[in-house]
Design a protein around this ligand. Sequence first.
Ligand code: ZN
Length: 301
Amino acid sequence: MAKGIFLQPANIKNKMVRDHLERTIFQTVELNEILRFQPNIRSDLERFYVWGVIPGTKSKWDKIQIGDLVVFYSERKFYLLGQIVDKFHNKSLARYLWGEDQHGRTWEYVYLIDPDSLITINVDIEKVIKILNYSPGFVLQSALYHQNEKLLSLFTDRLMEDRTGKHDIITTVRREKISATIEKYKRDPSFSTTVKSNYGNKCAICGIPNEGAVVDAAHIKPVKEGGPDIEENGIALCKVHHNLFDAGLITIKDGKLITSPKMSHQLETHPVISEFKGKRVKLVKTSEKFLKWHQENIFKD
Ligand SMILES: [Zn+2]
């Protein structure tokens, strides 16, 4: 159980921060990749999210214990929460993952986050300021570490609530600009959780269960087209069927899987398609209205 919490500034308006998020938080780093630089990892996980701090923050990083929580902060809000499963000092891994800043420094005080623990949160700094008795204008400019039960429960109460939505950020980020994603989960962090749970955490087409985070909550009408974050505009799809759906190569019409004539023969005869073509797709709270929009605007007929 977590004893402490590491408050990590990571301003999403900063291009370098966004690049780092893209590299090691929005996608995992394989154990093998880390082992090339750091031979001993005190965790039996196969992949991790990775973050690090520059030497100036070492004294705060020193206090981190395995099992502690980390929360990422940007623009007066904490937006991500995860659990730290290891930490170590490794300059070459940091250089390999993130390069250097303009002063030649790198984020060599590294920590690993359990990918299954990462969730999106939306916690105002004001709540933290109140608990820690900081002055009202306080800005988190460099990392802080606290062992404070009230602070911990401010974030872990959220953890319990959001437990099932732990992959929200990962599934959404791949398709969209980071800024749009941040906007999106500010709007409705529960979209992904709700849609996936409507479908029993399985792909609506092939039924593959959501192990290894292979199932997404797909928007039928995309967010960038003004599609809302409501369950009627959502369907649970595995990565394969999600990509094919977004590419307009498949759609769902009259409750059945339809394939595009633009699809290659090779794909059409592949089991991911041939096994399900023309078969019933059981819809749960997904609205025909949005599917019709998809058929007319995305589907390549
Ligand atoms: Zn599928």
